[in-house]
Design a protein around this ligand. Structure first.
Ligand code: AMP
Ligand code: TRP
Length: 332
């Protein structure tokens, strides 16, 4: 059975895009793979995080992942900082990766913007830690959004250079599992911007903790245009908000844009938004209820994470120790 690793940052309450673009797939992959899912708190502090908020967001994200159906007994759920093997391998990878490789990373360029001199060095070496996250388990498959593709290519470059430099065949090739473009959920306020948990506008996203009333209000206020829904997919061209709402509907009903338009083409947004609200409430209601139930008992969440970290550590330690031996560290 192939081993899967994926990570998600505890940088806020997960939103509908995280669910449809990532977590829902993570849940499905549990049937056919051995899975490790990680709340990447080490990555989160590459930009400033308020300490109390970070701890709480780690609990919230874990609760939300459990509520979505991540199985912490059959698989492994843990927070990154609890397994030190990631850091030990990340240091070695800091010494394998080249400045030029990291300089090409588009996520770094976007996040650093014009203020390159003032961002943390952790933000620059972020992809090395991400490579270590995966390779410290010899995981071979990584489900992520399209935005992470370049980081996975870099991880393979690091693995190959390590193997070449030390004359071994130690780290395996990683196969990205890029989740389809249908799963790219856009902001409810601007159909050309990605829905994000860090968008300053609450109205731009559906959080996985939103109740029925909040969902209804956000969908009612979601930006649209005055035309009714088209009957053909081509009619969505140049209408990003219409495309986004029908895309969300399609993802939640396991169909595509054409399927949604066959059913709803010709309707005005008033009617369609009602149908979409009912669907979202039916699908997300149980998740947000379960998230809130779990959050009422932080001790249980923490013991789930502790158990996951212990089992992750047992898998990672022999691999990082072998990497250290190959590098030539004296074991005393
Ligand atoms: P992040 O919230 O940036 O840590 O992303 C965690 C995971 O959710 C990654 O695999 C992203 O690609 C995915 N993701 C985040 N936002 C969206 C979105 N608006 N649509 C689809 N997938 C998303
Ligand atoms: N960089 C990823 C993101 O922002 C999160 C992440 C960290 C990750 N380590 C990982 C994803 C390892 C996959 C595998 O979405």
């Amino acid at each position: 059975m192939q081993r899967i690793f994926s990570g998600i940052q505890p940088s806020g309450i997960p939103q509908l895009g995280n669910y449809l673009g990532a977590v829902r797939n993570w849940v499905a992959l549990q049937d056919s793979h051995e899975c490790l899912y990680c709340v990447v708190d080490l990555h989160a502090i590459t930009v400033w995080q308020d300490p109390a908020a970070l701890a709480q967001q780690t609990r919230e994200l874990a609760a939300s992942l459990l509520a979505c159906g991540i199985d912490p007994k059959g698989h492994i759920l843990f927070n990154q900082s609890a397994v030190h093997a990631h850091l030990r391998l990340a240091w070695i990878f800091n010494c394998v990766a080249r400045m030029g490789w990291l300089n090409r990373m588009t996520q770094f360029k976007e996040k650093a913007g014009k203020d390159r001199e003032n961002v943390s060095t952790g933000l620059f070496t972020y992809p090395n830690l991400m490579a270590a996250d995966i390779l410290v388990y010899h995981a071979t498959r990584v489900p992520v959004g399209d935005d992470q593709r370049q980081h996975l290519e870099l991880a393979n470059d690091i693995a190959q250079k390590f193997n070449r430099d030390y004359g071994v065949d130690f780290f395996p090739n990683i196969e990205p599992m890029i989740m389809g473009p249908a799963a790219r959920v856009m902001s409810l306020r601007d159909g050309t911007k990605k829905m994000s948990k860090s968008d300053p506008s609450e109205q731009s996203r559906i959080n996985l903790t939103d109740g029925a009333d909040e969902i209804a209000l956000k969908i009612r206020r979601a930006k649209t245009d005055p035309e009714p829904l088209p009957s053909e997919v081509e009619g969505l061209d140049g209408r990003p908000e219409a495309r986004n709402l029908t895309g969300i509907y399609a993802a939640l009903t396991d169909t595509d844009h054409a399927g949604v338009l066959r059913e709803h083409g010709g309707k005005g947004f008033g009617d369609f938004k009602k149908a979409l609200t009912d669907l979202l409430v039916a699908k997300l209601g149980p998740i947000s209820e379960e998230t809130r139930r779990l959050l009422a008992d932080p001790g249980t969440i923490e013991s789930v994470l502790r158990d996951g970290a212990r089992r992750a550590e047992a898998l990672a330690t022999p691999i990082v120790e072998e990497a250290e031996r190959l590098v030539g560290f004296l074991k005393v």
